[in-house]
Ligand binder design. Structure first.
Ligand SMILES: *Cc1c(COP(=O)(O)O)cnc(C)c1O
Ligand SMILES: [Zn+2]
Length: 428
């Protein structure tokens, strides 16, 4: 099961040995059986096929050292599997997006303290720039020459842009039927963009096949053979939220679920902050959000099950349309352990929530942001979410990429004259 790059990195050593290329990371460890592996382009345990994740030995990270760092995710380089000089390398330097105090929205919802973590402000307008930035560093270290991925839309653009900046070749795979905005975003950076006639889950299976074939030699798939590194990028959301709240943890977080990686790693990031003493320990609840048209995790949560039943997605929230999410068992565990929940909302509820956020806070979210806010609303109404507790809801993408999902247009079309304006009865 171990797959190595053509130019296997000299930096990779035995488990537990540090390497300057990976900063504080010391090994990969199996999430299921705990078996340790050297840091390499591998993603599944040879013993039990469980997913591998990065293990660390942190040292010397303080609030002050972070505050003195770059204004990007690289201020947390000491908590990530990247070299200390990562900020000096050509990459998109994503992150440090706004945490917007959403008082208008809170008032409308009857909440006391609500914040929107707005990741539409990233270089390619979605949260995916965070995860790709970490995977890119690993790709460089392992000597990969092509950066690739299977994408539900946003990842394709993030990989294309990161590869362009880094001078790597890009070849990314998407399912047919994605939003035009996402297709153009993925194509404009000059790499190859291949549409596969099938669902995201079909694309993902295809990529696994390509990795096992000689044709895939030298290819770094950010979310397959580089997945352990890629996944760590989502921890930066947790770090930023805590730092932007003056080193305090929120009480409740509402996070979207596609593969479930983001939600799982936000929890890992929050636990690291507590373990390192960077924030005061306190309980927090994590709520997962899905679209009803692709809600295998919410369904399993409500049924009290620990495993999901894969589904065939049918929803406008295409960026979250993964019918067989790899991290589902961990998401279910985190929602239950923290006292959160997993809920889903219909396509009309998603559109309603997009419009509500735009109307109250001037933030135009993509459909995934409609999913999180829609779920927040639904859980408030059900009494599952506490309106008096400090809450952070994630907007992970930009509404400009999913324009067709939202029916909005001009108020009126008139002739270019004052008379016409007055006659149209538009003066209030
Ligand atoms: C990819 C993506 C997510 C979350 O993906 P995970 O696979 O669960 O980590 C959330 N929002 C948007 C907009 C995305 O593109
Ligand atoms: Zn294992």
């Amino acid at each position: 099961m171990a797959i190595t790059a053509t130019h296997s990195a000299a930096e990779t050593g035995t488990p537990g040995s540090a390497s300057p290329s990976f900063g504080p990371a010391v090994a990969l460890s199996c999430r299921e059986c705990g078996e340790r592996y050297p840091l390499g382009p591998v993603f599944a345990c040879e013993q039990c096929f469980g997913p591998l994740e990065v293990a660390y030995e942190f040292s010397g990270v303080t609030r002050e050292s972070i505050a003195a760092g770059p204004r990007s995710i690289w201020r947390y380089a000491g908590l990530l599997p990247v070299p200390a000089d990562v900020a000096a390398k050509p990459n998109l330097a994503p992150g440090l997006t706004k945490l917007v105090r959403a008082d208008n929205l809170a008032r409308e919802l009857g909440m006391r303290a609500l914040h929107v973590k707005d990741d539409s402000g990233n270089p390619t307008h979605s949260f995916k720039d965070r995860v790709v930035a970490i995977a890119l560093e690993a790709a460089r270290t392992f000597g990969f020459t092509t950066l690739s991925c299977s994408s539900t839309g946003n990842l394709a653009g993030a990989v294309g842009a990161a590869a362009a900046r880094a001078g790597l070749r890009a070849c990314v795979f998407i399912p047919t039927g994605l939003e035009p905005g996402k297709v153009v975003m993925a194509a404009v950076y000059g790499g190859q963009l291949i549409a596969i006639d099938g669902s995201y889950d079909d694309v993902n299976r295809f990529c696994s096949e390509l990795i096992g074939d000689p044709a895939g030699e030298g290819w770094g798939f950010v979310n397959v053979n580089l997945r352990p590194y890629y996944a760590e990028g989502s921890k930066t959301l947790a770090y930023e939220i805590a730092e932007q709240l003056d080193w305090r943890l929120p009480d409740q977080l509402v996070i979207p679920i596609a593969s479930g990686s983001q939600l799982t790693k936000v929890d890992k990031g929050l636990r690291e902050l507590i373990a390192l003493g960077l924030v005061e320990e306190k309980p927090y609840k994590i709520f997962g959000a899905q679209a009803t048209g692709c809600s295998p995790v919410a369904t399993a949560y409500k049924a009290g099950r620990e495993v999901i039943q894969p589904v065939k997605p049918d929803t406008i929230a295409k960026s979250l349309a993964i019918g067989n999410p790899a991290d589902a068992p961990y998401v279910l565990d985190i929602a239950r352990r923290t006292g959160g929940a997993v809920e889903d909302v219909s396509d009309p509820e998603i559109v309603d929530a997009i419009k509500l956020l735009a109307r109250t806070e001037g933030i135009f979210a993509e459909t995934a942001g409609g999913v999180t806010l829609g779920v927040l609303r639904k859980l408030l109404a059900a009494g599952t979410l506490d309106p008096d507790a400090e809450t952070v809801v994630l907007n992970t993408g930009d509404g400009l990429k999913t324009l067709d999902a939202v029916g909005a247009g001009v108020t009126a079309t008139i002739k270019p004259s004052l008379d016409a304006f007055l006659e149209a009865g538009l003066v209030r």
